[in-house]
Design a protein around this ligand. Structure first.
Ligand SMILES: Cc1cc2nc3c(=O)[nH]c(=O)nc-3n(C[C@H](O)[C@H](O)[C@H](O)COP(=O)(O)O)c2cc1C
Length: 483
């Protein structure tokens, strides 16, 4: 995989590149991932309060951003342009929202450049999404579906590298082998990426097939790329200690976290922090989060007023509230007695922020009552903490009480198969059928001294589980799940 000649890759002399840039923004180690409808300004401010060193915007669509004023207004809040405008926080605010990277998806270098030129006044770097594996990215031809077009990827990155006043970075997924991933990473870096984020999962690892990220791929890149290359590792973080473990195992400069950050924004606290700091009470977290949203939307100290649908739509922090609360309160809602809160949340809208605040009052009451019934003790915390630590792949799942922020534990693909939530693709079924035929052929060709045991007879006579699944499941294949 080679891109165009590297003489195109000259950076404008006026700005920093690679490690020099990374150091200038404070060498961040704990990074909030780009997340559509989830890494918006309010969430980034909350995560930074809990020790995140840097954060990415949600992925923005480059062409829409370049061409559509209303999309730009819904995507980013801009700095006030006059003294009469209220001094609210805004995306990329130097006091409350830096370092900040704005991520785009694109497949056209000119669209990407136009969008990035607008964005560059509001952030430290512009990131290119090369990792999105969803059906919408396949349709729109962006994200991980550009992997087969290295020349286009090179051009996208190199155009920004040559033309922007700030650095360009990129977020990739791993490929089928370490060698191919290394070649891919080299191309992205040669094109001019200042930071390479590596999500240790392949493109087909999504939905129920997400499984574990493979940190050994990231280690391989670290060992085979020049030491000045800045790498962020992504995937498998459940607990604070996993961040340290990931840095050690992969040798990466920083660790990017998505899903667990949404369930426990305190995942970035240092492992030496207390239990309270690492697993804050959900009612406290919800209150802090809503306070940020309220200040951003209505102005600090201003009363809540009802908004029109159009007004509400222009506040990214309002449009994301429900999905954030559903995630934060996931464990709370597993309790039947709390379902009434879940039902109220389901009906809530960003336009009626006062109703969402009432829900926070109710939540506080519920947690307080629970704590009267089952007061927490430091001994109990010590007991839970003893199990903590180790890389995400091996860590035990801690029994964090439901009134505290939790890690996000994905079911494994095996569990998804067992529950029937995931079905095998036709390709996998054919491969499994071929494999079991090969085994059967090998068995029947085995020397006669190998006796046919009852177990082997059973194997010969019974259809294999994959074969049973295959017949009744082919009709209901979901392209997003089966990939
Ligand atoms: C709600 C959500 C939205 C996401 N949106 C984006 C996105 O906009 N851009 C992107 O590159 N990745 C996106 N991702 C992927 C994450 O950035 C990350 O690569 C992936 O979730 C693996 O990290 P994790 O194991 O910490 O969750 C998203 C993930 C989640 C959970």
């Amino acid at each position: 995989m080679t891109g165009p000649p590297t003489d195109l890759a000259e950076a404008p002399p006026k700005r920093l590149h690679g490690r020099a840039f990374y150091q200038k923004i404070g060498s961040p180690k704990r990074i909030v991932a780009p997340m559509v409808d989830a890494s918006e300004l309010a969430w980034r401010i909350l995560s930074r309060k809990y020790n995140a060193d840097a954060a990415y915007s949600p992925m923005l669509h480059a062409r829409l951003f370049a061409e559509t004023e209303s999309y730009r207004r819904q995507s980013l809040r801009y700095a006030p342009t006059s003294d009469t405008e209220p001094a609210l926080s805004y995306d990329g605010d130097h006091n409350s929202d830096r370092p900040f990277l704005i991520q785009f998806c694109a497949n056209d270098p000119q669209h990407l450049l136009s969008a990035a030129k607008i964005a560059q006044n509001h952030c430290d770097a512009v990131d290119l999404n090369l990792g999105c594996p969803q059906g919408i990215a396949r349709k729109g031809h962006y994200g991980a579906f550009l992997q087969e077009q290295p020349d286009l990827i090179y051009k996208l990155i190199n155009t920004l590298h040559k033309e922007l006043d700030i650095p360009v970075t990129a977020k990739i997924r791993i490929l089928e082998t370490k060698e191919k991933t290394l070649e891919y990473a080299k191309m992205v870096l040669d094109a001019g990426a200042s930071i390479l984020t590596v999500h240790g999962r392949r493109r087909d690892q999504k939905s129920h097939n997400t499984g574990l990220a493979d940190w050994s791929y990231i280690r391989y890149l670290r060992d085979n790329l020049p030491p000045e290359t800045v790498i962020f590792a992504n995937g498998n973080i459940l607990y604070n200690a996993d961040v340290e473990a990931c840095l050690e195992v992969t040798g990466a400069d920083g660790v990017m976290v998505a899903e667990t950050n949404l369930y426990n924004p305190a995942v970035f606290m240092p492992p030496t922090a207390s239990f309270e700091e690492r697993f804050p009470r959900v009612d406290v977290m919800v209150r802090q989060y809503l306070q940020i949203v309220q200040d951003l939307t209505f102005g600090e100290g201003n009363p809540v007023v009802e908004l029109s649908r159009e007004e509400a739509r222009e506040h990214a922090s309002l449009t994301c509230i429900k999905s954030h609360l559903f995630r934060l309160l996931h464990a709370v809602f597993t309790r039947k007695e709390n379902h009434y809160i879940r039902n109220t949340l389901a009906k809530a809208t960003g336009q009626r922020f006062d109703e969402i605040l009432k829900l926070a009052d109710e939540l506080e009451k519920v947690v307080e009552e629970q704590l009267k019934l089952t007061p927490e003790t430091p001994e109990q915390w010590d007991e839970i903490m003893k199990e903590a630590g180790g890389p995400g792949a091996d860590a035990k799942v801690l029994r964090i009480p439901w009134w505290r922020c939790q890690p996000y534990v994905r079911p494994t693909p095996q569990q998804a198969y067992e529950k029937g939530a995931m079905r095998k693709s036709k390709k996998e079924l054919d491969a499994a059928a071929k494999e079991s035929k090969r085994e059967l052929d090998a068995d029947s060709a085995a020397p006669s001294s190998t006796e046919e045991t009852p177990a082997k007879r059973q194997k010969l006579e019974e259809p294999q589980p994959e074969q049973i699944k295959g017949n009744d499941q082919l009709a209901s294949l979901d392209p997003n799940v089966a990939g």
